[in-house]
Every structure is written in C-alpha cells, then in structure tokens.
Design a protein around this ligand. Structure first.
Ligand SMILES: C[S@@+](CC[C@H](N)C(=O)[O-])C[C@H]1O[C@@H](n2cnc3c(N)ncnc32)[C@H](O)[C@@H]1O
Length: 257
C-alpha cells in the first residue's frame, strides 16, 4: 500500500470511520499494564491515547511520512504521562532486542505482507518480541464470498467526512480479488471537495493485501510457535463465521504441556 501518499489522508478517514478496535486494543493493554509494542503504528491512532494514559508504547512503522504524522500528533496533545517511541522498521524483519508483555498488529496490517512467507516472517518477528507469558493480538478482514466477487470495475463508497467549511472528503474504492493468490489489488480514491462540490484534491492510492481464512491464521501462528487462544468475528467476542467483518486473534506462545 502506498503509505507515503496515505499519510496525508489517513487520519481524516480513519478517525471518522472508527472501526471499533480502539477499546479492544486498549482493554488488552490495560489488563497487562504494558509496555506495549504496536507493529505498523501509523499515525498513532491507537498508540497515542495509551501513551497519554501513562503506558510505555513502542511503535514501529516502515514509512517515515506516517511516523512524522504520529510525531506531530504527539506534539499536538498535552504532555504524555507515559511515552511513545517511534521507530522506523520493517515488520517482516526487525529486532528491537527486547520483549513486551503485549504485542499488537492492529488494523489488518498483517495482510500488507503479501505472501505467505512474508506473513510468517512478520508473525515470527512479532513472536520474538513477545514476553514468554505475553499476549499478542491482531485483526484481519474476513474474506466473505460476496466481497471476493466484487466487480473490479465497480467503484464503491467507503467514507464521507464533512468539513466545517461545508466541503467534504470522500473515499471510494475498487477491489480486484485473485482467488488463487488470495491477493486483492485494490485501489482507493481519496478526494477533497469544496462547498460547491468541486474536487480540489484527488489521489489514487494502490492497496495490495493478501487475505487469510481463519484456519490459515491458526496454521501461520502455529508455524511460528504461537497458539491461538481466542478467535472472534468482531471486537466484542462474537463467533467467526462467513458473515463476520473481522477475524480478531489473541495468541500466546505455545506451551509444551
Ligand atoms: C492500516 S495502517 C494501521 C495504522 C495503525 N496501527 C492504526 O491502527 O491506525 C497500516 C500501517 O502499517 C504500516 N506498514 C505497512 N507495511 C509495513 C511494513 N512492512 N513494516 C512496518 N510497517 C508497515 C503502514 O505504513 C501503516 O502505517
């Protein structure tokens, strides 16, 4: 995904979309007490409120423009009672030489590793940074058959955000799923419109993700020595089925007994 270009748009659409994940991730972190490692920390949407609450949060991200927005967001809030360390690193290959009681990969970020090998590498790095009794959590979208059948030419609406000056931001998308490779070569189109409805800014953002089915998630976790403790279909703990939007995973290190 073109997160260099996305940095300018991410907070506009993601803050408005509220995927309902913040409470889930914050609950896990609060239960453990931290410190917390967030993989693919982005603009600090999840990490920053935790640092404000007093937690030590370390966030890694590959793309400097996203980290710069996170840094600026941190400066825009009151002094943190905890801390937020932002590190530029690739989730597929990094070594911070420490372990954390909580490791998270929110917002479907694991799917940005676009081959099985890269997804295993990402989970392996995550597991290496997880304390022996630590908790890891991540979420992915559920690949429901209706979505996989999306017409690649059909543009659909994802989000509209009203601006105080009467203008608005509009996010639309197209999906091009390949059922064999499990890749989606998607396109997201972000637009800013003025109060007269004229487009004043437009950007096309490529998105490639490799989707996974629940049983594949379990197999990948097992491959890197992780055991899936919980797998839900939303952030409230519903069962996963073909009507689920999410696959929410809580995992720990596999125990030998
Ligand atoms: C969907 S955003 C999630 C941001 C944040 N965790 C949140 O929940 O708002 C995915 C993030 O992963 C980052 N990313 C993509 N590929 C990466 C990689 N190989 N290593 C580390 N970060 C990566 C992107 O720059 C982006 O900030």
């Amino acid at each position: 995904m073109d997160y260099v270009a996305w940095a300018k748009w991410y907070d506009i659409f993601y803050t408005a979309a509220d995927p309902g994940d913040i409470e889930f991730y914050h609950g896990l972190c609060t239960a453990s007490g931290g410190p917390i490692l967030e993989i693919g920390v982005g603009t600090g949407r999840i990490a920053l409120p935790l640092a404000q609450q007093g937690f030590e949060v370390v966030g890694i991200d590959l793309y400097e423009p996203m980290l710069k927005v996170a840094q600026q967001n941190a400066l825009n809030v009151a002094p943190l009672s905890g801390s937020l360390s932002l590190i530029q690193a690739d989730m597929r290959n990094f070594d911070l030489k420490r372990q954390f009681p909580v490791v998270t990969i929110p917002a479907r970020t694991l799917l940005l590793a676009t081959s099985e090998e890269e997804q295993v590498q990402t989970l392996c790095c995550a597991a290496q940074h997880l304390a022996s009794d630590g908790t890891m959590a991540f979420n992915l979208f559920y690949p429901d058959p209706e979505m996989l059948a999306d017409d690649p030419e059909e543009e659909f609406l994802l989000e509209v955000v009203e601006k105080p000056d009467g203008g608005r931001y509009v996010l639309t998308a197209k999906n091009r799923f390949d059922l064999e490779s499990q890749l989606n070569h998607g396109l997201q189109i972000a637009e800013e419109l003025d109060s007269a409805g004229e487009v004043i800014r437009r950007e096309e953002l490529g998105v490639v993700v490799r989707y996974l089915y629940p049983e594949q998630v379990t197999a990948l976790c097992n491959k890197v020595g992780l055991e899936v403790i919980e797998m839900w279909g939303d952030f409230e703990g519903s069962e996963v089925d073909e009507f689920s939007d999410e696959i929410v995973v809580i995992a720990r290190h596999t125990t030998s007994d």
